[in-house]
Design a protein around this ligand. Structure first.
Ligand code: GTP
Ligand code: MG
Length: 194
């Protein structure tokens, strides 16, 4: 049974005019291409193939909006940092993300999804800076934790904790093993609550 039984896909936006109405509250998921954003969303709503996942990174250059019911939404942002995309795709990405972060009044929280084996990169910091600038709470999911042994995973956690501004939170996560799903839902529900 899903934790969000009314969860459903709303729309994919290629430009800001296609964003869903800016009312209620939404939490966006950002992260490098292939970091595991869509998998994290699927684990949280407990539905396979809810947000589409892929083995080939950089495919999703769209902003995908999902409803959780009650004018609460999840937003799957296009991945960044994929070297093989063209310049025009990179500038399209920058424009779309800039418009999203500047305009979105319903944005109530940001999840930054980071592959624990790569740690936090430049684009991740850019996302966290944007969130800080607009006073949006941010939470870092160190995902694919199943790929590391417990010791190295804990070390990465401590290292990232030291680098993160105090107000920001982080946790270990694995979509595959479903580790940290409950912890993440508590954070998500807190961001979505009025
Ligand atoms: N082992 C392991 N693999 C994972 C985990 N989460 C995601 N993956 C795998 O990582 C790959 C990318 O996952 P996605 O969820 O599609 O990543 P994404 O960030 O949405 O990627 P883009 O939409 O391309 O930006 C897939 O092959 C997933 O099966 C995890 O927690 N553990
Ligand atoms: Mg994805």
């Amino acid at each position: 049974m899903s934790h969000y039984p009314d969860a459903r896909f709303l729309t994919s936006a290629h430009q800001s005019g296609q964003f869903v109405e800016d009312a209620g509250r939404e939490v966006a998921f950002a992260g490098r291409s292939n970091a595991g954003k869509s998998s994290a969303i699927n684990a949280l709503v407990n539905q396979r193939n809810f947000a589409r996942t892929s083995k080939s990174p950089g495919r999703t250059q769209l902003i995908n909006f999902f409803s959780l019911g009650d004018s609460q939404r999840l937003v799957d942002l296009p991945g960044y940092g994929f070297a093989r995309v063209s310049r025009s795709m990179q500038s399209h990405w920058r424009k779309l993300m800039g418009e999203y972060f500047e305009a979105r009044r319903s944005l109530s929280g940001l999840f930054v999804v980071v592959d624990i084996r790569r740690s936090i990169g430049d684009f991740d910091w850019q996302m966290l800076d944007w969130a800080e600038q607009i006073g949006c709470p941010a939470h870092v999911l160190l995902t694919k934790a199943d790929k590391l042994k417990r010791g190295p995973a804990a070390n990465t956690f401590q290292q990232v904790r030291k680098e993160l501004p105090e107000g920001m939170t982080l946790q270990l996560f694995s979509a595959t093993k479903r580790d940290g799903v409950e912890e993440a839902r508590v954070v998500l529900d807190g961001m979505l609550a009025d």
